[in-house]
Design a protein around this ligand. Sequence first.
Ligand SMILES: [Zn+2]
Length: 177
Amino acid sequence: MNSSLDPVEGTELSQEPAEEASQAPPTRYWIDLAWYEQRGRSFAALLETRRCYNCLDEIGDKRARSQFEGGSNAPARMAADQAWKRIQECCAHTHEFLSPRLPLLEAVFRLFLANGNAPLPVQEIAERLVQRHSDYDIPRTVSAEALKRVIEADDHYGVRPYPETPAKTAGADASLG
Ligand SMILES: [Zn+2]
């Protein structure tokens, strides 16, 4: 039965790591909210500074009013999910929100704020930024490779690889990069 098998074709190709790498879907990224918790950083505070002028006026008014009404504590910051929703509804549609003048990573962060944190591979992040920036006088070109380097060096925005498959159990394996 096995006499007709070509010995050359039957050899062990299964150990080639390159094959697996080329078939794997590209890494997608998103804003990892757990990253903020781990570092004790306030995501809500970061959101607040990305609001548009109109919203900031409104926030300022509310704050002033609540102080006037005798609230001794500083008024609670708008919850992150609420603020995020307002950014999507309002601020992300302003001209300045994704200006090409922004640092690259800031623009990436805002892109995720605008899309509701849908995970994206670098190639698509680059395409979307180029598309958004084409509305401006000084369009910016963004290469996927440069973008990947910038994202992977990020230690400020919590833009991290999206966990594609539900992690077995988080904890032991913190170093995925
Ligand atoms: Zn707004």
